[in-house]
Design a protein around this ligand. Structure first.
Ligand SMILES: Cc1cc2nc3c(=O)[nH]c(=O)nc-3n(C[C@H](O)[C@H](O)[C@H](O)COP(=O)(O)OP(=O)(O)OC[C@H]3O[C@@H](n4cnc5c(N)ncnc54)[C@H](O)[C@@H]3O)c2cc1C
Length: 396
């Protein structure tokens, strides 16, 4: 016997789940959202650097798509990429309508260039972009009649005659369509490998397994991404992802001899690989507790840029006794992101009818190597699409 029945059930309360729930509700559906912990707990809220969208005079959605395609080493789904970049500007305006205030300068957005990008395209809210986006989306969800079920992890999902039955914690929820927005699995994999991860403890991947057991297809699932700049020292910053915007605003990677050994704004996989190889060649440095590292020379960032775009990073390091504007940081790659995931179509529907997926749990948009700033974008673009399509299917 079900507790309640809805048109659309969303699983997960990160940026993608919240965007999907808000969109489904706006499309007229009765919506439930069940999540593993508190509504606030997710990777999305930890995102610092920013979100990509082609707003520069020298930029276009086509150029953005080209950069994604190249960074993915031509492994992404081109159709999904064109949707991602084509709808990026309207996703930004949608977030603004919900209350997100992106950092501005000279009458426009403050845009930074991130790794793999040929143009300045990264919008920021200081260096707490994910926090600002999830707060606005959550406020919108909580001020509507979306029924939320915190501390209700999805443990079982089964088809019924008219849709789906889900066991979420102590609740049994019936819905015509279901949107999976439960994020990736890097926290669990890092634990299994005995490595550090940037991820939230909820990033354990069991929802993907539930979908796979039902017969959903996955792609690029083995492709996990290392963030090139994990914090390596001090101890309380180990596993912290030093925002890529440090490099956008002038920081460079240096080896033990103080030499630049790679293009600090190359694609993420290339930069991570270069750091690992430099250390293997014996040209790395050691942290005071004996961990491998190279230097990120953040002293090259101007105080003005740091104050506007990196205040949270500065605060965190200074609280640990290190001033990034006066001394170089120790850094080493750290497990960060699940590039692949459930196969979806343009409406974010998986290979199972009535079951949708958006955000990090889905694959295809980034191929085997994601660019920074395109994950928050994916959450908004495909979260909106999933919400609308799931609501329409439920009412048809
Ligand atoms: C430190 C850090 C910095 C980042 N910086 C950036 C950045 O600057 N720009 C960018 O674009 N991307 C960035 N990313 C990546 C990006 O934030 C995430 O990939 C993206 O936000 C994932 O959103 P999501 O909604 O798919 O998943 P999440 O935000 O991880 O949300 C998943 C939700 O599902 C819930 N959940 C998990 N399992 C279950 C279950 N069994 N049942 C119910 N609910 C479940 C979780 O509790 C959570 O609420 C960063 C990531 C990290 C970790």
């Amino acid at each position: 016997m079900a507790d309640s029945s809805f048109d659309v059930l969303v699983i997960g309360s990160g940026a993608s789940g919240l965007a999907a729930a808000v969109s489904a509700r706006r499309a007229g559906a009765q919506v439930a959202l069940a999540t593993k912990g508190a509504l606030q707990s997710c990777n999305s809220a930890k995102a610092q650097g920013g979100i990509q969208a082609a707003f520069g005079d020298d930029d276009s959605p086509e150029q953005h798509a080209e950069d994604v395609w190249k960074s993915s080493h031509e492994t992404a789904d081109r159709g999904l990429v064109e949707i991602l970049t084509g709808e990026a500007p309207s996703a930004i305006h949608w977030l603004e309508e919900l209350g997100v205030e992106f950092t501005r300068e000279n009458g426009g957005y403050r845009l930074a260039r991130c790794g793999g990008a040929s143009r300045k395209r990264l919008l920021q809210v200081g260096d707490r972009t994910g926090h600002a986006i999830t707060t606005a989306l959550r406020d919108s969800a909580e001020s509507s009649d979306i029924q939320t079920y915190p501390k209700s992890p999805l443990a079982d999902l089964a088809r019924t005659e008219n849709g789906w039955r889900a066991r979420c914690g102590d609740h049994t929820i019936v819905a015509t369509t279901v949107i999976l927005a439960a994020g990736g699995r890097c926290f669990r994999v890092a634990e299994e490998r005995g490595e550090l991860s940037t991820n939230h403890p909820g990033a354990t991947g069991e929802v993907t397994q539930i979908a796979v057991d039902l017969g959903a297809e996955v792609r690029d699932f083995d492709a996990l991404q290392y963030h090139p700049n994990g914090g390596a020292w001090p101890e309380n910053m180990q596993g912290y992802s030093i925002p890529e915007t440090t490099r956008a605003y002038g920081a460079v990677l240096l080896n033990a001899d103080g030499e630049e050994f790679t293009d600090s704004l190359g694609p993420r996989d290339a930069v991570s690989q270069a750091i690992v190889e430099e250390v293997e060649k014996g040209k790395g440095v050691e942290t005071p507790d004996g961990r491998p590292a190279v230097y990120l020379d953040t002293t090259r960032i101007s105080e003005a840029d740091a104050n506007v775009s990196l205040p949270y990073m500065l605060r965190r390091y200074r609280a640990g006794g290190i001033d990034p504007l006066r001394e170089r940081l120790f850094t080493y790659p750290v497990l960060h992101y699940q590039n692949g995931g459930l196969v979806i179509d343009a409406n974010a529907e998986t290979t199972l009818e009535g079951l949708y997926a958006c955000g990090e749990i889905a694959g295809g948009t980034h191929g085997r190597n994601r660019m920074m700033g395109n994950s928050l974008l994916e959450c908004c673009v495909f979260g909106r699409r999933a919400g609308k399509a799931a609501a329409e299917k439920a009412s048809s």
